[in-house]
Design a protein around this ligand. Structure first.
Ligand SMILES: *Cc1c(COP(=O)(O)O)cnc(C)c1O
Length: 400
């Protein structure tokens, strides 16, 4: 059990706490599920990019899926070997492509023909052969929130199957491109297996037709997106997930790559905030805490549900909105939730905040971003100190 009181006392609030044992268990669980074949787990760094989180996973053998050169640099700095780093994303600047090629990472994952042209030119200038994969869009409805659905034609991600085939042939014929992988990612917080299996099946068929024309795809990247429990969702069992993907391969000789983000870190993170006071507006109860939407954006951005718990309080629960101090009506963590009476200073723990929590934090309202603490058994250490006012204004200039 994590001693939220002691940690809040020591590091103050608002505060992020990560359970590193949970994260390790998630990694091992997934690795075991895929152990029947060659596999590589590339943690999606964007979910939680703290260097200590990445290095914790790297030490277990994880690679990294990155969506900016900044994330590639984080992965390298955290000790992920270059041959386990993938660079994805719909838009990459020339400098990012150049640096990725110079770092000689495992592969660049491309999302359009225009991007392929650009990578080819840059690789030519550097006299290199760029290892690439192409993100295909299998046009599958992942049955998740529209903001985090990515595998339909109406989304900006990837290329359709026909285009993919055509540009793989172009890539094969280019001396500066080496098409070694294929990739899809149909969405996030997926709780149903069937859409993933359908997508994998479509993409596996494409791999077979590419192999038939001597385009030897070695990395079969099934993306991320495996959902977690926030409320009472039924989630995908890692063993079933791996089995479903293997079942579409029919003996294809590929390394299965997966890119879990949320699955790895989501349930292992807690956001801890303190009650400032309660107020009642025309019968509606509000609990006002010191954390805000700038610290944890998911409820405001996706109307996402997070379990909340008032530490050490029981008693007559009544409906309340749990809100922050930011000057926006959208600044809330929970709405119409049954919560016990609180006193100023009480701690509120927002559960499942390890993914897309701190990484989406901002300084809106000139609020310093929270500290982050890692807990491992009975040991704890600060992995990012709380920002100060000076940090917030450090890059600004007063032009008089
Ligand atoms: C966001 C993303 C992931 C990780 O998604 P999760 O839902 O956190 O697992 C993996 N791959 C790609 C390409 C992504 O964009």
């Amino acid at each position: 059990m994590i001693d939220f009181k002691a940690l809040a006392e020591k590091y103050d609030t608002p505060l992020y706490i990560y359970d590193f044992e949970h994260i390790a268990n998630r990694y091992e669980e997934l690795k075991k599920a895929f152990s029947g074949k060659k596999s590589l787990i590339c943690y999606a760094v964007k979910a939680n990019s703290n260097l200590s989180v990445i290095s914790h996973l790297a030490a277990l053998g994880s690679g990294a899926d990155c969506v900016s050169i900044g994330e590639v640099k984080r992965a390298l700095a955290a000790g992920v070997p270059k041959y386990k780093i993938i660079f994805s994303g719909v838009g990459k600047r020339d400098e990012e492509i150049e640096e990725a090629l110079k770092e000689d990472i495992l592969l660049l994952n491309l999302e359009s023909e225009a991007e392929m042209d650009r990578v080819e030119q840059i690789a030519k200038r550097l006299q290199k052969e760029a290892r690439i994969s192409i993100r295909v869009n299998p046009n599958i409805d992942p049955k998740t929130h529209p903001y985090i659905s990515t595998g339909l034609h109406e989304n900006k991600f990837g290329v359709d199957i026909e285009t993919a085939k055509r540009i793989y042939i172009r890539a094969k014929n280019s001396p500066n491109l080496d098409p070694v992988g294929i990739h899809f990612h149909i969405g996030s917080q997926l709780t149903e297996l069937e859409p993933i299996k359908e997508a994998a099946s479509i993409v596996a068929d494409l791999v077979r037709s590419l192999k038939a024309i001597k385009i030897d795809i070695r990395f079969f990247d099934v993306g991320g997106g495996v959902g977690i429990v926030y409320d009472d969702e039924k989630t995908i069992d890692p063993a079933d997930y791996a089995k479903a993907i293997f079942s579409t391969l029919h003996g294809l000789d590929v390394t299965v790559v997966c890119e879990p983000g949320r699955f790895m870190v989501g349930n292992g993170g807690y956001f801890v905030t303190r009650v400032l006071y309660e107020k009642v507006n025309e019968g509606k109860r509000f609990i006002i805490v010191d954390g805000g939407m700038n610290d944890l954006l998911r409820p405001s951005l996706y109307n996402a549900y997070h379990k909340v718990e008032v530490v050490g309080r029981e008693g007559e629960e009544s409906e309340a909105d749990l809100v922050g101090p930011v000057c926006e009506s959208g600044d809330f963590f929970a709405k119409n939730r049954l919560l016990p009476p609180t006193e100023p200073g009480d701690l509120v723990v927002v559960h499942s905040a390890g993914a897309y929590g701190f990484v989406m934090a901002s300084n809106y309202n000139t609020r310093p971003r929270p500290a982050e603490v890692a807990v491992e058994g009975d040991k704890e250490r600060c992995i990012r100190v709380r920002e100060s006012f000076d940090d917030l204004v450090r890059l600004e200039k007063m032009c008089l």
